[in-house]
Design a protein around this ligand. Structure first.
Ligand SMILES: *Cc1c(COP(=O)(O)O)cnc(C)c1O
Length: 416
């Protein structure tokens, strides 16, 4: 009844083969499938579930909101409350608009950059994912300053011709692009810490060049923090990298497990949005009361109970344990991590961009993935995704996961 049986392709296990598991429920650190199997969850709905599944205070906030009515198409108090929580948390955000998905947030941020500058070109980096926005479904070509060719049928050449694709962490490519086209570049969009080619960390020279070149040429620097916002730190990647973007997109955690995302930035820039300015962006369900209830409650808990030091301790141990498991089995590996997002790459060299990520051993990853599923550990079903865990994962859960990885990898090695 549904193409591929899934409503989002990453769920389809296409990268590891076989059929996806249908889930019935989730609680805390666990997911339960329709056959009654229990899994320790390291996907967390691809990012949002930092407090674990069905966390009672969040469920209570959603339930109370539902009883007051599910949508009004008019402003509500909690939208302002959530906007305030967001702008106090994220250094670059003075004003913010709420939307319903990360895709909508990045699409709107790009429109804002183009509307505010009167320019058309956008720079993105291969391997970075920004949702299924037509002009961003372009990642082909590792050569510096190649003009984008669409990656998906249905995206026209006209739409993608203004997208310039560069390699992540490549300062020289960035300089060349600005030298050649600086006065026509509306903005640069990137994941400031990448999760969508697996976890990749930006270098300081790359970050510095991004900020300097955007400022010098009047281009808008957009940090897509849909994944990293409230994950790597309460204030997102920008609060730890020391670089302030002009516009930031948020999603995933900011909605507390409901469909909500946001984009925000300097007040003068955000005032280009209708009805103050002329850049159009709207949504029937934008700022939906259930979603703002879940989002605001989640952010309040993260603000008041800051779980980040605890997550860091668990993550450090998990990362070291997974890398050790791979090394003991004789497999070259790179464990790349920032806080509670990380990727174990089956690769003998550090991953700095898409070409280096792409040299990882996907077949080995697929075996590892299925081995772990059989141990009751549910990892992201691709070598090119970050794993996440929640505050509910205990030290025992982490040790169980490392032991499971050791069993799986040892068995794999013994079969080779
Ligand atoms: C998940 C993600 C998106 C897209 O968000 P959706 O809510 O799936 O549309 C955009 N950017 C990044 C960095 C993401 O991780």
């Amino acid at each position: 009844m549904i193409p591929g049986g899934v409503n989002s392709p990453a769920r389809a296990f296409g990268a590891v083969g076989g059929h996806p598991v249908f889930m019935a429920s989730g609680r805390g650190q666990y997911l339960h499938d329709l056959d009654g199997n229990r899994y320790l969850d390291y996907i967390g709905s691809w990012g949002p579930m930092i407090l674990g599944h069905a966390y009672p205070p969040v469920i209570e906030a959603i339930t109370k909101a539902a009883e007051r009515g599910t949508s009004f198409g008019a402003p509500t108090e909690n939208e302002t409350h959530l906007a305030e929580l967001i702008s106090r948390a994220v250094p670059s955000i003075e004003k913010v608009r709420l939307v319903s998905s990360g895709t909508e947030a990045t699409m709107s941020a790009i429109r804002l950059a183009r509307g505010a500058t009167g320019r058309e070109r956008i720079i993105k980096f291969s391997g970075c994912y920004h949702g299924h926005v037509d002009s961003l479904l372009v990642s082909a070509g590792s050569a510096a300053a190649t003009l984008g060719a669409p990656d998906s049928p249905g995206v026209t050449k006209g739409t993608s011709q203004d997208t310039i694709v560069l390699d992540y962490n490549n300062v020289h490519g960035l300089e060349m692009a600005f030298d050649a086209m600086g006065s026509t570049i509306a903005g640069v969009i990137l994941e400031p810490i990448v999760g969508n080619m697996g976890t990749v960390i930006p270098t300081q020279p790359f970050l510095k060049a991004l900020r300097e070149l955007c400022t010098k040429h009047g281009a808008i620097l957009i940090f897509d923090e849909v994944m990293t916002g409230f994950r790597v730190a309460y204030g997102g990647a920008q609060s730890i990298l020391g670089i302030t973007p002009d516009v930031t997109t948020l999603g995933k955690i900011v909605g507390g497990g409901l469909p909500l995302a946001a984009y925000g930035g300097r007040a003068d820039l955000m005032d280009n949005i209708l009805p103050v300015g002329k850049v159009y962006q709207a949504g029937t369900l934008s700022g939906n009361p259930l979603a703002t209830a879940a989002g605001a409650k989640t952010l309040e808990i993260l603000r008041d109970e800051s779980p980040y030091a605890y997550l860091e301790t668990q993550a450090k141990r998990l990362g070291e344990g997974l890398a050790e498991a791979a090394t003991e089995a004789g497999y070259p590996n790179q464990l790349q991590r920032m806080g509670s997002m990380m990727t174990l790459f089956f690769n003998d060299a550090p991953i700095v961009d898409w070409p280096s990520a792409n040299r990882s051993d996907r077949k080995r990853f697929a075996e590892y993935f299925w081995g772990l599923i059989n141990e009751g550990v549910y990892m992201p079903c691709s070598q090119f995704e970050a794993l996440f865990f929640s505050r509910e994962h205990t030290a025992e859960d982490i040790e169980y996961t490392i032991d499971a990885a050791k069993r799986v990898l040892k068995t794999m090695a013994s079969r080779e």
